[in-house]
Design a protein around this ligand. Structure first.
Ligand SMILES: Cc1cc2nc3c(=O)[nH]c(=O)nc-3n(C[C@H](O)[C@H](O)[C@H](O)COP(=O)(O)O)c2cc1C
Length: 139
């Protein structure tokens, strides 16, 4: 498990955060990441989990996908979103990783995963389990 984390943190204030993220997207930025995956070669399947930011991957995920060779692997995308599901992120993953097979993904609504609501939080858990079974990872 590797957490894609930018060196620079984003503002806690929502409006400031979305503004900064928008600027990064407009500038086609590649924010630096802290940490590296020691040996990506050992993995055949990669689960890429990210929030939908302005219709696609956060720019730090662009940095991540460009930093490693995912050729010959299968990538399974999991997006959390506020209504746009995958947006344009799958196209962008394909463009960044042209020699990587894209497996079936899962989109999880941020509104279904309110941690203060024990009923709704079970929906994504159930969806993730069903997805992992469908793609042959869980029994
Ligand atoms: C910078 C930013 C941009 C976002 N853009 C979108 C968007 O274009 N479409 C969408 O459905 N949700 C968008 N969202 C909502 C996020 O996808 C949602 O907050 C996230 O999936 C939930 O995870 P979190 O708790 O880590 O924020 C955006 C959120 C942020 C912070």
């Amino acid at each position: 498990m590797f957490e894609i984390k930018t060196v620079r943190t984003y503002p806690d204030i929502y409006n400031e955060c979305i503004e900064e993220a928008k600027q990064e997207q407009n500038n086609n930025a590649r924010p630096s990441l802290s940490g590296t995956v020691a040996d990506m070669g050992q993995y055949g399947k990669v689960f890429l989990c990210y929030p939908n930011w302005w219709g696609t991957l956060p720019m730090g995920v662009f940095t991540f996908l460009e930093a490693y060779d995912f050729s010959g692997k299968t990538m399974y995308p999991l997006v959390t979103h506020g209504g746009s599901r995958f947006g344009r992120s799958l196209e962008h993953i394909k463009k960044l990783c042209p020699r990587t097979a894209l497996g079936e993904g899962l989109s999880v609504s941020a509104f279904d995963s309110n941690p203060n609501d024990s009923i709704r939080v079970s929906a994504p858990n159930r969806d993730v389990t069903a997805w992992l079974r469908k793609i042959g990872i869980a029994r």
